[in-house]
Design a protein around this ligand. Structure first.
Ligand code: ATP
Ligand code: MG
Length: 257
């Protein structure tokens, strides 16, 4: 049964989507069966996987509202050996429409149950908010991956996220754990970045992935070509870093089992 990972941080622009797309493509390259679930109305993970968000017959929106099944809505990425449960701006309405529905926090978990057996990993690209969509992701997940930039305010936002995870754990999903904290867009020449990175390791120990994602122009360029970096520049530092992260995520999974 798939290990479900929510890739989340309420802070915007920290590398959630870049991580979801490239970790997904890397796990697929390693022979794992992967579903990338786009849970952000921005639809960036959808576009970054080579799927046009404007011309979709159905999206994760219908899945959450229960009018379509996850199996019927998923599509194959034309740029990697993984499936995508796509999203676009209509998902923004789900937040409000779900409020009156029963078990509103559990809708994604319920919807994924029928296809969970078909994958080794389901990665959920979360929106930059601690909203009902993100709570649905946390309830549907086994563990959380937190991408973060090593900058001054990074640690401040982290405590809000950790508190939300604790709340979800106590009320809704007792098994939810933190898979790891991922340092993204890292520049070794930046002294403050080094200091924050050291602090992270002191506070969170081996919860910090050994793999560090460097700032790499190829990672930023690939989405404009609608592709994960692996299909764009396989030898780039960014591509190699996400392959290494995939190896680490797989070895953490085997420790859990
Ligand atoms: P949002 O909160 O809006 O969903 P996000 O957390 O998903 O943002 P991304 O969209 O992955 O963040 O990244 C933000 C920007 O930084 C994008 O333009 C992306 O291409 C760029 N970027 C991400 N990671 C890297 C990297 N390692 N090196 C260079 N650029 C990067
Ligand atoms: Mg994003």
């Amino acid at each position: 049964m798939a290990r479900v990972l929510a890739i989340t941080n309420q802070k915007g622009g920290v590398g959630k989507t870049t991580t979801s797309v490239n970790l997904g493509a890397s796990l697929a390259t390693a022979g794992k069966r992967v579903l990338l679930l786009d849970l952000d109305p921005q639809g960036n993970a959808t576009m970054g996987s080579g799927i046009d968000k404007r011309s979709l017959p159905a999206t994760v929106y219908q899945v959450l509202l229960g009018t379509k099944s996850a199996g019927a809505v998923r599509v194959k990425s034309p740029k990697g050996a993984y499936d995508v449960l796509p999203a676009n701006r209509e998902l923004a309405g789900a937040e409000i429409e779900m409020v009156d529905l029963s078990h509103r926090e559990m809708r994604l978990k319920t919807a994924l149950a029928e296809i969970r057996d078909e994958y080794d990993f389901i990665l959920i690209d979360c929106p930059p908010a601690l909203n009902l969509l993100t709570v649905n992701a946390l309830c549907a997940s086994d563990a959380v991956m937190i991408p973060m930039q090593c900058e001054y305010y990074a640690l401040e936002g982290l405590s809000d996220l950790v508190n939300t995870i604790k709340k979800v754990r106590s009320k809704l999903n007792p098994h939810l754990e933190i898979d790891g904290l991922l340092r993204t867009m890292f520049d070794p020449r930046n002294t403050l970045g080094q200091q924050v990175s050291d602090q992270l390791q002191q506070h969170f120990g081996d919860k910090v992935y050994r793999t560090v994602i460097p700032r790499n122009i190829r990672l930023a360029e690939a989405p404009s070509h609608g592709t994960p970096v692996l299909a764009y520049d396989r030898q780039s530092k960014g591509a190699l870093a996400y392959l290494a992260l995939a190896g680490e995520v797989v070895s953490r999974q085997s420790k859990v089992e």
